[in-house]
Ligand binder design. Structure first.
Ligand code: SF4
Ligand code: SF4
Length: 164
């Protein structure tokens, strides 16, 4: 279920890798162009996706992502979704523009709350996600930990799916 960001008090990534198994990743046009040579992309109704092999994303190695900082934007900003239309409780203003931000509670590390008071931790993470989708950054500090497959998983990974 996708919940408006205001209902989320905190989130961190523990690199479980479950989201990579659960979802099929849709690619933007330039991501498709970058990855089409791998033979691991499929097209459906004019949209491009990473092909699942069995239930797995072929770029997942263990729990981590072998694409590292080149992973698709949808992966970089997971569990956030940023839309141009939505519920007022999902409204997020960024540089004078209105966006609607939802958080996927499929991730085991989403902590929900009942009130609408914004969490500063979530705001910082959404701001980084905004910078990603607006092309202002490709390297991540908050949303993706800079782990390598050899790196041990810290107890609390502040940021999106490591390289997941
Ligand atoms: S964001 Fe991290 S903790 Fe959440 S499902 Fe994905 S890998 Fe697991
Ligand atoms: S983060 Fe990497 S391994 Fe996970 S779904 Fe995206 S491309 Fe696949």
């Amino acid at each position: 279920m996708h919940v408006p960001w205001r209902f989320v008090s905190s989130w961190h990534c523990s690199a479980c890798g479950d989201c990579c198994k659960e979802y099929r990743v849709r690619l933007r046009a330039y991501e498709y162009l970058k990855l089409r040579g791998t033979g691991l992309i499929e097209e459906k109704a004019g949209r491009f996706y990473i092909k699942k092999i069995g239930k797995l994303c072929p770029f997942q190695k263990g729990n981590l992502c072998s694409l590292g900082s080149s992973k698709p934007i949808a992966c970089k900003i997971y569990p956030f979704s940023i839309l141009k239309k939505g519920d007022e409780r999902a409204l997020f203003e960024y540089e004078g523009e209105e966006f609607f931000v939802y958080v996927d509670d499929f991730c085991r590390n989403i902590r929900l709350k009942r009130d609408l008071k914004p969490s500063s931790e979530i705001i910082r993470e959404i701001e980084e996600a905004m910078e990603v989708i607006l092309g202002k950054r490709s390297e991540l500090n908050l949303l993706t930990a800079k782990l390598t497959p050899e790196t041990r998983v810290p107890q609390r990974l502040h940021r999106h799916r490591l390289m997941v």
